[in-house]
Write a protein that binds this ligand. Sequence first.
Ligand code: SAM
Length: 213
Amino acid sequence: MIVGGEPELALLLHIFPEGVEELDGAFAVYADEPPVGFDVVAVEDVRVGRVWVGPPWDEPPEDAVAVVIDPGRAFGTGAHATTRLCLELLQELEPTSLLDVGCGSGVLSVAAAKLGFAPVNAVDVDEVALETTRANAAVNAVSVEVGAELRPAALAVMNIALDVVEAMLPRLPVERAVTSGYLERDEPSVEGWQPIERRVRDGWAADLLELRP
Ligand SMILES: C[S@@+](CC[C@H](N)C(=O)[O-])C[C@H]1O[C@@H](n2cnc3c(N)ncnc32)[C@H](O)[C@@H]1O
């Protein structure tokens, strides 16, 4: 992972289409080679409740549900506030079938599978994200169905962006959803979907929503 100073997010996304995360006021980008002028920094382990997310070279705590994510190719080291908020809400729910929309690295799918959610179906528009999710599911020895098809499930998790959440929610074959990828001031507004619970962190928000026609 490579962190720069204060360049514009749009410019970074143009240069690093594989992903950019804003972390603690800096930008973390995914690239195969460190570009000139950027500093390489260590990836921090993340602990959210029972779940630990960290790179393969770190040792998870003995009491944790360990999710090993090799950082580098797709969004989702677990460190971003929105990923943490989704992890927080997921582990407070009864494990059911799960549809992970916008799986990125597969961090939420892998964590959910380890928490007992099954079957877990992961989708993304980005082929690199799908490949990365397959690889991370294998490394963590969990079963995740990875592909483009939106399979019916009891719950969806969707950490993307407000406009995508609002556009996709009516199309998802689910009745409950954990959504994030937007700021605390934003609230998804989709006909029939009601907010059940909200979590906020560092100005970001995540919601548990339920379909009540
Ligand atoms: C912010 S990342 C989330 C990654 C991971 N789920 C997490 O929580 O850390 C958003 C992901 O959504 C994917 N994405 C964007 N638009 C999408 C869409 N319309 N349908 C499915 N995936 C989408 C992106 O390719 C990216 O991998």
